[in-house]
Design a protein around this ligand. Structure first.
Ligand code: PAF
Length: 278
């Protein structure tokens, strides 16, 4: 496995790889890898000749009071895990390498960013669009892989690729969970022991909410009560929307999504399902 840290090294590798006729799958990450990331690498390995994983904690997507500085980082551990899952190249640039000057052009997410995390984290998805646009151009990937745990991010990136004709396709990866239902996340390490024991109730609340939706009932209030009774966290949002449009009129699939703030970790989770139960 190669570890590349500069744009020039990456471009050279991409040029050689394309010349050899090999397809490239990209798995963008912020590191501190867990099985969710590794399942994306395995999917990418099965569908492409070469797999590039980017590891870059992107300052552009963190708000001023968010956890950029204390976001967990462990490149050595990440290298071992990435290689074990079949990654061919890790691209791990510095902030200066990725953003050598202040951008003169800004990318802004549309209405899909007005709900859920986008409503709570102003500018977050603009920062995600900024970094993935650069990564897509640098890596010239045929396919790029994103997990469904970050369902809003996935929907917005699919819009970017569709609206601006990026010559590539996005692949969705299922949310990977712990045995007790907690969605895997790099931020789970922030949970205290007591919070970790409460955290599986997020998935339980979603399952309960889904059953109510299938019965034609409004899930928000019962889910709010359930989470308030079973966790010490503060509910940031619980929303039921159409997926992937993220509008309030459910036409295709429904997404039931929530965010709960614990002492040091803000956890998100969701389930996507057909509102008629098919
Ligand atoms: O999902 C993440 O880890 C990040 O938002 C991403 C897509 C790697 C962009 O920095």
């Amino acid at each position: 496995m190669l570890i590349l840290q500069t744009v020039n090294e990456l471009k050279e590798w991409v040029r050689d790889t394309k010349k050899a006729g090999d397809s490239i799958g990209l798995v963008p990450t912020m590191g501190f890898l867990h099985e969710g990331h590794l399942s994306l690498v395995k999917k990418a390995k099965a569908e492409n000749d070469k797999v590039v994983m980017s590891i870059f904690v992107n300052p552009a997507q963190f708000g001023p009071n968010e956890d950029f500085d204390r976001y967990p980082r462990d490149l050595k551990r990440d290298q071992e895990l990435a290689e074990g899952a079949g990654t061919d190249v890790i691209f791990a640039p510095s902030v200066e390498e990725m953003y050598p000057r202040e951008s003169q052009i800004q990318l802004t997410a549309g209405a899909q960013a007005d709900v859920l995390c986008g409503a709570k984290r102003p500018g977050h998805f603009d920062g995600v669009l900024k970094v993935v646009t650069k990564l897509f151009h640098l890596v010239e990937a045929d396919l790029a892989y994103f997990g469904q745990k970050d369902a809003q991010q996935l929907a917005i990136i699919e819009s970017l690729v569709e609206d601006y004709n990026f010559p590539m396709a996005i692949r969705r990866g299922e949310t990977v969970r712990e045995a007790d239902g907690l969605a895997k996340s790099s931020r789970n390490v922030y949970l205290s022991g007591a919070e970790r024991n409460e955290a599986p109730h997020l998935k339980k609340a979603l399952e309960m909410g889904k059953e109510l939706v299938l019965k034609g009932q409004d899930p928000i209030e019962p889910m709010t009560k359930y989470l308030t009774n079973h966790t010490s966290g503060v509910i940031d949002y619980i929303e039921l929307l159409d997926y992937p449009t993220l509008t309030t009129t459910i036409r295709q699939n429904a997404i039931l999504a929530l965010a709960v703030k614990f002492e040091k970790a803000r956890l998100i989770d969701n389930i996507i399902f057909h509102p008629k139960g098919n």
